[in-house]
Write a protein that binds this ligand. Structure first.
Ligand SMILES: C[S@@+](CC[C@H](N)C(=O)[O-])C[C@H]1O[C@@H](n2cnc3c(N)ncnc32)[C@H](O)[C@@H]1O
Length: 183
């Protein structure tokens, strides 16, 4: 598994901070969801939330989507995400690495990864994996944490992905760039 030592450290860090995650980050994550959903239609879609954390995104999409699947490496955050799924019949979670998604090719209409790429040893490789599971005509949304990604590096990752940039949102008040890519 690529960079598994580093990934394990990341996983442990999120496990340790899981209890305070929502209190600390919910408001800023919700600003990113809003930007993304202004540009992606999830009505009736099969949605994948990669690095779903505590499942904050589920409540924003589950009522419109056909199905929402969240994956994450942090067991503690996933337990929180599992609690979120109880409010919906169509939301599911599983533990998996973003670089090795346990899904067949081209099965999701919309794939989201909010504030995840900065944790990945090779963001371009991760984006390749997101691209693998999205259907033709679907959307991949990734965000680039501004303090971790110089803009040119983030743009390079997007441009080399082979996906088409459909929208790029850079709001001063949001700590991530939000990129919507068309498959
Ligand atoms: C900043 S949090 C964002 C969580 C969530 N997307 C949100 O909007 O609140 C980053 C998430 O990425 C997850 N993550 C880190 N490395 C990962 C990997 N290799 N595979 C899957 N998830 C990973 C972390 O466990 C954490 O939940």
């Amino acid at each position: 598994m690529t960079g598994w030592k580093d990934k394990r450290k990341v996983m442990q860090r999120y496990d340790v901070t899981a209890e305070m995650y929502d209190e600390r980050y919910a408001w800023e994550q919700k600003a990113k969801y809003k930007k993304a959903l202004e540009n992606v239609n999830v009505d009736g879609a099969t949605v994948l939330d990669v690095g779903c954390g505590s499942g904050l995104f589920f409540s924003q999409v589950a009522s419109q989507a056909d199905m929402v699947v969240g994956v994450d490496v942090s067991r503690k955050l996933l337990l929180k995400a599992k609690e979120q799924t109880r409010a919906f019949q169509n939301a599911f979670v599983l533990q998996a690495d973003a670089d090795h998604l346990p899904f067949r090719d081209k099965i999701f209409e919309a794939v989201f990864a909010f504030t995840v790429l900065q944790n990945m040893p090779k963001p371009a490789q991760t984006l390749e994996e997101l691209k693998r599971v999205v259907k033709f005509g679907g959307r991949v949304v990734v965000t680039g944490l501004k303090k971790a990604f110089p803009l040119d590096l983030f743009m390079d990752v997007l441009e080399n992905s082979g996906l088409k940039l459909a929208a790029f949102l850079d709001d001063e008040a949001v700590n991530c760039y939000v990129a919507v890519l068309a498959a």
